[in-house]
Design a protein around this ligand. Structure first.
Ligand code: ADP
Length: 434
């Protein structure tokens, strides 16, 4: 750099010396200065013009570079061009690899612009969602992939849960469609369609199998229970047979309740996701649930009620009764005698809230996320006598899902448990006074 600067200075000084020498040879001073400076100016003009041309035509700067400061400028631009080219190549390679990955994904991927028009789609989108890219670029997704559920899903702007649907172009398919907002201010959408046909059919088979088996077991069990009851009560039954008969009766009753739970679960899964909505008198329902709980409990627990008497709920009466009673009866079944159970039904700014809080043994943290799985029980031996099969909380979760509500479980060993159902704001109703 310093060397180039010195070269430029030297060049200038030589021109100047020439300009001073020329008048000695009899030339006019002005003409001499002009003659001496002209090559210097010409050189600068030449390199400036060349640079302008290079930049204008986007030519690549290659050596040899001129000497002096122009050389520094030319070399810097060449280096800059080279690193820019490398960056560009890297980007192209990255985009190509990303495209290849997106193309080989077994799911349909569709990118929508902020107006929900198709920008890009991978080949799988043609098979699963009937979106052919680039043919359909710029079209609205809902015009190509017509389905009411998808239209509602896109408009609702609530993409937490995927929707499952059978596309119009191929009814044999079952798709699970996820939507993820991305891009500037999250206004673009990535739509992912996954083929879940196999899982869906397997689920149907499992559901039907469980429902049919439970249904078929119901009648023989009723007959067995009836005979066992008759035999237990009969004066002809020998006294030493009564205890085993009573035990058989109670186990038959346990089986009956498991079968009823299985049937409830199957029904919840089979029926349409939208529940029949009516005004449910929760205080009245809770009254009868608490009567049942007191009967089962025989005064062993302290049941405290904090129930808003005029707060009703929009929903399905039978389903809600089943969910609320499962939570209350669980607190009675899974806590030791003498425990305190508080039942709260109130509304706050987030919506109606039903809480069952006990000061029982509590549940270890690792079990909490699994409690709502079917047949999941914390301690398979501890409450053998309680008759629980681990289906109650699965029913609760299903019912709450169908009411767009959430189940929040808080528990710590030794501190007790709190089960809260949070219903969406606006679902609480005031009792009308007549
Ligand atoms: P179950 O039919 O066994 O009651 P649930 O699905 O209702 O099945 O509950 C799953 C498990 O969660 C129960 O087996 C029990 O271990 C635990 N559980 C539920 N409620 C409580 C509670 N209030 N206190 C302690 N454990 C509980």
């Amino acid at each position: 750099m310093l060397e180039s600067l010195l070269f430029e200075v030297l060049l200038f000084l030589v021109s100047l010396a020439l300009a001073l020498l020329l008048p000695w040879l009899g030339l006019d001073l002005a003409l001499a200065v002009l003659l001496a400076i002209l090559p210097y100016l010409g050189r600068n003009l030449f390199y400036l013009g060349r640079l302008t041309l290079f930049i204008h035509r986007r030519h690549r700067m290659t050596p040899p570079f001129p000497r002096g400061l122009w050389g520094v400028i030319y070399r810097s631009i060449a280096q800059h061009q080279q690193s820019g080219r490398k960056r560009c190549k890297r980007q192209v390679r990255f985009i190509r690899r990303f495209r290849e990955a997106a193309i080989s994904v077994p799911d349909a991927l569709v990118i929508l612009d902020r107006h929900q028009r198709i920008e890009w789609a991978n080949p799988m989108a043609a098979e699963l969602m009937n979106v052919h890219w680039p043919r359909d670029e710029g079209s609205y997704l809902t015009e190509i992939f017509r389905h009411d559920l998808l239209r509602e899903f896109l408009v609702a702007d609530d993409y937490l849960r995927p929707v499952e649907l059978a596309p119009e172009h191929n009814r044999a398919l079952t798709l699970s469609v996820h939507i993820t907002p991305f891009g500037e201010r999250k206004r673009q959408r990535l739509v992912i369609g996954r083929d879940i046909t196999k899982v869906f059919h397997l689920n149907l088979i499992r559901r039907d199998f469980v429902a049919n088996t439970a249904h078929e077991l119901r009648t023989p069990l009723t007959v067995i229970s009836g005979f066992l009851e008759n035999l237990t009560d009969s004066p002809l039954t020998p006294e030493n047979h009564r205890r085993p008969l009573r035990l058989m009766s109670s186990q038959a009753e346990r089986m009956r309740s498991i079968i009823e739970d299985l049937l409830t679960l199957s029904r919840l899964e089979m029926e349409d996701a939208t529940t029949r909505s009516e005004s449910v008198d929760v205080p009245e329902t809770l009254g009868s649930i608490l009567d049942e709980a007191r009967l089962l409990d025989e005064g062993e627990h302290e049941l405290i009620e904090d129930i808003a008497p005029d707060l009703l709920l929009k929903g399905n009466r039978l389903e809600l009764r089943s969910a609320l009673s499962n939570l209350v009866l669980n607190a009675v079944k899974h806590t030791l005698a003498g425990s305190r159970i508080r039942i709260t039904w109130r509304e706050d700014e987030d919506g109606p809230r039903f809480t069952v809080k006990d000061n029982g043994e509590g549940i270890a943290r690792e079990h909490i996320p699994r409690l709502t799985e079917r047949f999941y029980r914390v301690d398979k031996t501890r409450f053998r006598t309680s008759g629980g099969a681990g289906l109650g909380l699965a029913i609760v979760k299903h019912v709450l899902n169908r009411h767009d509500a959430r189940l929040i479980i808080k528990s710590e060993p030794g501190q007790g448990s709190t089960f809260t159902c949070r219903f969406p704001a606006g679902t609480g109703l005031k009792r009308q006074c007549h």
